[in-house]
Design a protein around this ligand. Structure first.
Ligand SMILES: [Zn+2]
Length: 114
């Protein structure tokens, strides 16, 4: 169960909303985190994700992490997004994805985009 205030990698308590703790962020420096999200909560009263690329755009509001996540080298992520989008992604270090996109990117039965 993915909860805000808990590092998604090591489970350590953090002060942030669904972000990795500073130690894990340091370990994955140069990588981008992809979190699978849905429009409905994964559990009652789950807080929405307020961090990451797509978190605060109107079309993508109300995103609830499912607990699935991956890390991808920034260089590979650059092949997927426009230069403009990458500017923000490089700052955020986290991308919230719809389940369909997440499947296409990461599931072995689908053709890999990266
Ligand atoms: Zn951690």
């Amino acid at each position: 169960m993915m909860q805000p205030g808990t590092c998604l990698i090591c489970g350590r308590t953090t002060e942030t909303n669904y972000e990795p703790c500073s130690e894990c962020a340091k370990h994955y420096e140069g990588d981008i985190f992809f979190l699978e999200t849905r429009r409905v909560p994964s559990y009652p009263n789950q807080p929405v994700a307020t961090i990451g690329y797509f978190a605060n755009t109107q079309a993508s509001a109300n995103r609830y992490p499912t607990g699935n996540w991956r890390v991808v080298e920034e260089e590979k992520v650059r092949k997927l997004y426009s230069v403009e989008s990458m500017e923000q992604i490089a700052k955020d270090r986290i991308v919230l994805t719809e389940p369909k996109t997440y499947r296409i990117l990461f599931q072995p039965e689908c053709r890999r985009a990266i």
